[in-house]
Design a protein around this ligand. Structure first.
Ligand SMILES: Cc1cc2nc3c(=O)[nH]c(=O)nc-3n(C[C@H](O)[C@H](O)[C@H](O)COP(=O)(O)OP(=O)(O)OC[C@H]3O[C@@H](n4cnc5c(N)ncnc54)[C@H](O)[C@@H]3O)c2cc1C
Length: 541
């Protein structure tokens, strides 16, 4: 920390406190500085980067095209940064975010190794008091959470985890030191997006890899490639076009649904569309497919059948192929992992698949994993068991609003927010990527949400206002929109983090209205309206 920052740290009172120094927190800091506010960012990690700081597991990379993911707010940044791959690997993205922090001189207002444990609203002082894990306290008029939607890792509730004597790592808490797999017997538990990326990488060098699968997912090819200097120049020249495209698509990706319905075209044409999407980069097959694949059972069965045929063609052992084909949900109703030769991994002699629906894990032992069938011995266990998504990072902070109301309790039956930005009873608590914000290609949403929050604070500053709260009526109104936007989605009938289910977390076993499923342009239109009408839907004072 610089001496000036040290001095201001001692006063420990700020106009705004931001929790988290990932993509959201970094950009929010920059924008609030422009308003002349004193700001302190509190970050649990020892560096900037958030997701890309913590998820250092082998094979971690974007599923968004790199040039659609980076910040768009600075022309200079766009000109000077080169992406080396269409889907940037984690080390490069972490370098990028460090570059952003250096370029905009952000570190002087960030405190690292600062995990926030509690936050309490003081109505008389109109301030939040934040307490860190080490007991230190800070106060701020605004408390802005930039704590991530996929940032609270969860471990499976399997007895004996602590007894294992080998190495064990969660993908989202991967060590900074190199982890080697050569000659080792490695277990991976979990086959979601992180699991798939990890498995295909670890399989290259592990002595023996055993994959423990509870729910297979419908994976589709990533088709990553290097970006040469000439191609990067061409991408740079198209940045305006790229971001304009992201601004108009349903989920801010370069891909957007085909307006046609699955059975409007002939069988041959449908097959050709699926083949083309399967051969293309990125999420096109999920979010750029026929418009009814995520709402119509027959349409969904058609694309699921197509992908199942691909899996059968790629996996040599028909019994293994069947285990890898999801039977309890259709394509795209859970997060689609993107893969690079993932299915071929199961043709390797050093890789084995254990289907936990047939032989569940009974316990972790000192030497490995015991299923109902037998003991497996391991040198390393990798937990690719994901996150307590959307609300997990909130639940891990004891947040108390008006009258000492606990946010965790307030949300115990499911979160309720106004546009994801505010929850009733929590004045001046502003959430970035809060529940029920548009997500999609997330940085595009981050930039919008940060700008919206900055606009609100600037509006209040100009009018000498010091308190903002979403009333219950506004929250109810937005939740009605959230409910309407999710009507008819096949994903509602499936247990996943999309529907708020995580069986590894107490109290998160039932499906709820966990996320906004409407379009990003509709979200922005609604939030723009609120701003244009002078934030009438908030109680300002
Ligand atoms: C493996 C992986 C791959 C992904 N790939 C993509 C992709 O391709 N495209 C896409 O759009 N999105 C992707 N995402 C989502 C990704 O999280 C977002 O794109 C984006 O990085 C979110 O930024 P953020 O700053 O909002 O949150 P995060 O990056 O999660 O940062 C939150 C920060 O808050 C800190 N924090 C949390 N709680 C506390 C506390 N109590 N005290 C102090 N600090 C705290 C954390 O340490 C963390 O650094 C991916 C996520 C994961 C996990």
């Amino acid at each position: 920390m610089t001496p000036a920052a040290e001095a201001s740290a001692n006063t420990a009172d700020f106009d705004a406190i931001i929790i988290g120094a990932g993509m959201s927190g970094l950009y929010q800091l920059l924008r609030l500085r422009e308003l002349g506010l004193s700001v302190r960012v509190l970050e649990a990690g020892t560096e900037v980067g958030g997701t890309w700081y913590w998820n250092r597991y082998p094979g971690a990379r974007f599923d968004s095209e790199s040039y659609s993911y980076g910040y768009s707010f600075s022309k200079e940044l766009l000109v000077e940064w080169s992406w080396s791959e269409h889907f940037s690997p984690q080390p490069e993205t972490l370098r990028y975010l460090n570059h952003v922090a250096d370029r905009f001189d952000l570190r002087r207002d960030i405190e690292f190794g600062a995990r926030v444990k509690t936050a309490a609203w003081d109505e008389a002082a109109r301030r939040w008091t934040v307490t860190l894990e080490n007991g230190r306290r800070l106060t701020g008029r605004f408390l802005i959470t930039a704590i991530g939607a996929l940032s609270a890792p969860t471990l499976p509730r399997i007895p004996g985890r602590e007894s294992f004597r080998g190495e064990s790592h969660h993908t989202a808490e991967w060590p900074k030191e190199e982890v080697r797999f050569e000659g080792k017997r490695v277990a991976v538990i979990g086959t979601g997006a992180s699991g798939v990326q990890t498995i295909q990488e670890v399989a290259k060098t592990a002595g023996h890899l055993t994959v423990f699968q509870r729910t297979p997912n419908w994976c589709a090819p990533l088709h990553n490639d290097k970006i040469g200097e000439a191609e990067m120049q061409a991408i740079r020249a198209r940045y305006d076009e790229i971001f304009a495209r992201c601004a108009e698509t349903f989920a801010c990706f370069l891909h957007t649904p085909d307006p046609r319905k699955t059975f409007e075209v002939s069988d041959a044409e449908r097959e050709a569309v699926f083949e083309k999407l399967y051969a293309e980069r990125g999420f096109g097959i999920w979010v750029g497919n026929f418009s009814d694949i995520l709402t119509d059972k027959r349409a969904n069965a058609a694309i699921s059948d197509f992908v199942a045929r691909k899996i059968r063609a790629r996996v040599k052992d028909p019994a293994v192929a069947e285990k890898l084909i999801p039977k309890n949900h259709g394509f795209g109703t859970r997060r689609v992992p993107l893969e690079t030769r993932y299915y071929e991994v199961y043709n390797q002699p050093n890789v084995e698949l254990v289907d936990l629906t047939e032989t569940p894990i009974e316990r972790i032992t000192e030497t490995g994993i015991r299923t109902s069938a037998r003991d497996h011995a391991f040198d390393m266990i990798i937990y690719a068991t994901g996150f307590d998504a959307l609300t997990g990072a909130f639940d891990r902070i004891d947040i108390r609003g008006s009258g000492g109301r606990s946010l965790k309790q307030h949300w115990s039956g499911g979160a309720a927010t106004f546009l994801g930005f505010q929850s009733a009873g929590f004045p001046n608590l502003l959430m970035l990527l809060g529940p029920h914000t548009a997500l999609g290609n997330i940085p595009r949403s981050i930039e919008y949400c940060v700008d919206w929050v900055t606009g609100l604070i600037g509006f209040m500053q100009a009018r000498g206002l010091s308190r903002a709260e979403a009333p219950v009526t506004s929250v109810e109104d937005w939740m009605r929109t959230v409910r309407e936007s999710s009507a008819g989605l096949l994903a509602n009938e499936v247990s996943s983090w999309f529907t708020g289910v995580n069986t590894n977390v107490e109290g998160k076993g039932s499906r709820i209205l966990a996320r906004y499923s409407g379009s990003a342009p509709a979200f922005r239109q609604r939030a723009d309206e609120v701003a244009a009408q002078g934030y009438r839907e908030l109680d300002l004072g």
